[in-house]
Design a protein around this ligand. Structure first.
Ligand SMILES: [Zn+2]
Length: 351
């Protein structure tokens, strides 16, 4: 985290600003979102280039204990949806835990913690994870950069070299190559994956096996009423880059396949990526008009208010970043202080 951000957070935490924000910006509660859960890292042991994506399991448990100690109820998405419909229901503020994509550690590391504390949580599943067709190139790239001192990639006819000996160099190279991937067409992306895998002796398939939930694990999770399985499209596509038939098929095929595997209905959905670059009115209308879901969440930052009853398919969330594992920061989110600053004092965030 930058020095400025640290100072701002210290200032906001020490100064009673959050006590002013909480009644106005705290809302009814918050939907938190995470991706991967990792074992506790001893500091300095290993550089993590995907740190923002990863939360330590001890910190996850601390959050559960902290929110309960501070009077929040941990509820499921179903319960949250019911509360929006019936404003009299549930007096205390709530926290909903959600995990995106379907990483295997949601089962091996997160689930035992939620089970121990009898707390509900949701996994938004992208079907290409258990179907083993996802190309989890970001973790392959991380490994290559950690192992090599210098790498080269041919982009069109140009050979580009990246130094990756020191942590700072690794981070710079990671961001630059990640941008190459993100901006590449699907075919060019496959070519980049093949090129890196071939040159640095990696199997891209090994990453989905190592990182993604299997259908067998998903079925086991689904038998526990604490766990909600929800949709996140078949292939984690950018919904506004395809036509509406394709977008709807990505959303509905995913729901139907999960339902057939777990023998339960799927009522909730999260838009892949979920920022204003990927999700706007047309995508929200598509999900709302499908009539297939009770709620849908974005990655816009904000807490949940009673008036979100009229925007149940564009609910904002709060990302808990692995690079910000401090309860003081979490409290600045839950109290609405950081969302208020980020949203220029706008209270109810939808799109
Ligand atoms: Zn996702």
């Amino acid at each position: 985290m930058s020095g400025f951000k640290n100072k701002l957070i210290n200032f906001l935490s020490v100064f009673p600003i959050k006590f002013l924000f909480r009644p106005i910006y705290g809302g009814e509660g918050s939907i938190l979102f995470f991706h991967k859960v990792v074992e506790n890292k001893r500091s300095g042991e290993r550089v993590s280039l995907m740190e923002a994506n990863e939360i330590e399991v001890d910190f996850l448990e601390k959050i559960i204990l902290y929110v309960r100690k501070n009077g929040y109820q941990i509820i499921s998405l179903d319960e949250m949806s019911a509360r929006l419909d019936n404003p009299g229901k549930g007096k205390s503020k709530f926290v909903v835990f959600t995990f995106d994509d379907g990483y295997i550690d949601n089962y091996t590391l997160a689930y035992p913690v939620f089970k121990k504390h009898q707390a509900p949580f949701t996994i938004y599943l992208t079907n290409c994870f258990p179907n083993r067709s996802a190309k989890i190139w970001w973790y392959m790239l991380e490994d290559i950069l950690l192992e090599q001192e210098e790498i080269s990639i041919r982009v069109r006819d140009e050979l580009r070299n990246f130094r990756c000996k020191k942590p700072k160099e690794m981070e710079t190279a990671f961001v630059a190559i990640r941008d190459l991937f993100i901006n590449a067409s699907p075919n060019d992306q496959l070519e980049l994956i093949d090129q890196l895998a071939g040159k640095y002796n990696k199997s891209i398939m090994a990453y989905v096996e190592a990182e993604a939930l299997s259908w067998n694990e998903i079925e086991k999770l689904s038998s526990d009423p604490l766990v909600t399985l929800a949709g996140h499209t078949m292939n984690h596509i950018t919904l506004n880059k395809v036509n509406s038939e394709e977008a709807l098929a990505e959303i509905m095929d995913s729901k139907v396949e999960i339902e057939s595997k777990i023998q339960q209905e799927v009522f909730h959905f999260a838009y892949p990526f979920g920022t204003r670059n990927e999700v706007n009115e047309p995508e929200v209308a598509l999900v709302a008009e499908s009539g297939a879901f009770k709620t849908a969440t974005t990655t816009r930052m904000g807490n949940i208010f009673k008036s979100h009853v009229s925007a149940k398919f564009a609910l904002p969330r709060i990302q808990v970043l692995g690079s910000q594992q401090k309860l003081a920061i979490l409290d600045l989110y839950l109290s609405g202080t950081l969302p208020a600053i980020k949203n220029k004092l706008k209270r109810v965030v939808t799109l």
